[in-house]
Design a binder for this molecule. Structure first.
Ligand SMILES: [Zn+2]
Length: 431
């Protein structure tokens, strides 16, 4: 009898301290990633054109992380880092077209194991299963591409179509919570939202015409050299992606734990890098939006500290009351910002791994709210930011010791061809 009484008491205590203190149960978990989305072209991050009405209303009912840093300026490595909460240098997914090794647990597997129904709807060839391996753990992984680009008949899918598929899947309510990942690709070049949408965002400035040599082949649009035109078309693509996101956000509803972010940004001429991403680690390349909303997320809040894409998974799992991803490097932002700086990595033009073991193929960076340091490991005279030699520099050098897994050698020929079209296999200049 005494034992039963003690058990009952324990159950009451657990009930009193545990679930009662929790927010109401969530309908599910929604993760939306938008490709090539500069934070500063969205309204929650200060853009003064109405590119993102959906993100604006999400910000009003959620929390905006003002300073979120991507771990890599390419799609595959960045999203692999998000899904595993591990650095690209640990997983070996350090460039597009590399499949995530099976030994790294992914977010979808944790949700699936917890009884969630899982699905992903992606919009680029680079996220086909054989190009990234991120289908693992999803019961549904919809990667059907409907729009031609770069000579591929099935290369990408407009946000409206991807959103439509995702909304239809959400409507099949099975009574189980959902984990849904939607990746939208529209802001990635070539920027072509149609003349009508682009026209809404056109603003004439006094900037000179572009030098034709700076525009990478896949981005050239009707031989235009007008920087205002390129930016208007980019804003138009952001608007289309936001509209797709808005449809999914509405269908998932306010009871879904929600995160919206981007895999990386895009250069708009910073450091001489126009309408591209992939090789630089400046803010244009790695500063991405990050918004959370839903049960357990404070409304209308703006958080100043550094956040990272590797923190997204741990945060979603924490908000859902689930155990963390095994071996995660990230932290739950619901409990505060990470104490470490945000580390990122990118490939370098002409880098080699020589026989002495010196590897100059990658550059790395560390960011805090105070500053940034960039290093070129293996080179004479490591170039750094203004804090070179300081604490941040030391933290970055320590981080380099955590491991260094080389990317797999094999890349499917069709994926290599697609990457060449996007300039990923041509090095920094990509001409
Ligand atoms: Zn991308």
């Amino acid at each position: 009898m005494r034992t039963a009484g003690a058990s009952f008491l324990l159950a009451v205590l657990v009930a009193a301290c545990g679930p009662a203190a929790r927010p109401p149960p969530a309908a599910g978990v929604l993760l939306i990633t938008i490709d090539t989305l500069r934070a500063d072209r969205t309204e929650p991050y200060g853009h003064d054109l109405p590119t993102t009405p959906s993100l604006r209303s999400l910000a009003a009912r959620g929390t905006v992380h003002a300073r979120c840093v991507s771990q890599h300026p390419e799609t595959g490595p960045s999203l692999s880092a998000l899904m595993t909460s591990r650095y690209p240098r640990e997983t070996g997914v350090r460039e597009n077209g590399v499949v995530l090794p099976a030994e790294f647990p992914v977010l979808s597997e944790v949700f699936g194991a917890a009884g969630y129904r899982t699905a992903a709807f992606v919009s680029t060839y680079l996220l086909k299963p054989h190009a990234c391996g991120l289908e693992r753990g999803f019961a549904v992984y919809d990667h059907e591409m409907t729009r031609a680009n770069l000579g591929h008949r099935e290369f990408e899918r407009p946000a409206a179509e991807t959103a439509e598929r995702a909304v239809r899947w959400l409507a099949r309510d099975t009574g189980r919570p959902f984990f849904l990942w939607v990746h939208l690709y529209d802001p990635h070049g070539v920027y072509d939202p149609g003349d009508e949408v682009a026209g809404r965002f056109y603003r004439k400035s006094d900037r000179p015409p572009l030098d034709p040599g700076v525009i990478v082949a896949y981005q050239r649009f009707r031989d235009s050299l007008d920087p205002d035109g390129y930016e208007a078309r980019y804003d138009g693509e952001v608007f289309l992606a936001d509209a797709g996101a808005g449809r999914v956000l509405a269908a998932a509803g306010p009871r879904a734990i929600t995160a919206v972010t981007a895999d990386h940004g895009e250069g708009f001429g910073e450091d001489g890098y126009w309408y591209r991403h992939g090789s630089l680690l400046n803010d244009a390349a790695v500063h991405v939006p990050l918004l959370f909303a839903g049960p357990g997320v404070p409304a209308g809040e703006r958080r100043a500290g550094v956040a990272r894409l590797i923190d997204v998974g741990p945060t979603l799992l924490d908000l859902a009351g689930l155990p963390p991803l095994p071996f995660a490097r990230g932290v739950s932002l619901a409990r505060g910002n990470p104490e470490e700086p945000a580390f990122s990595e990118a490939r370098r033009l002409g880098g080699v791994a020589d026989r002495t073991g010196v590897d100059t193929r990658y550059k790395v960076s560390a960011r805090t709210t105070e500053g940034t340091v960039v290093l070129f490991p293996g080179s004479d005279g490591d170039a750094g930011g203004p804090e070179s030699g300081g604490e941040l520099d030391a933290a970055l050098r320590r981080w380099l010791l955590i491991g260094d897994r080389l990317p797999g050698r094999e890349r499917p020929p069709d994926v290599g061809e697609a990457m060449r079209g996007l300039g990923y296999l041509r090095g920094v200049d990509g001409k």
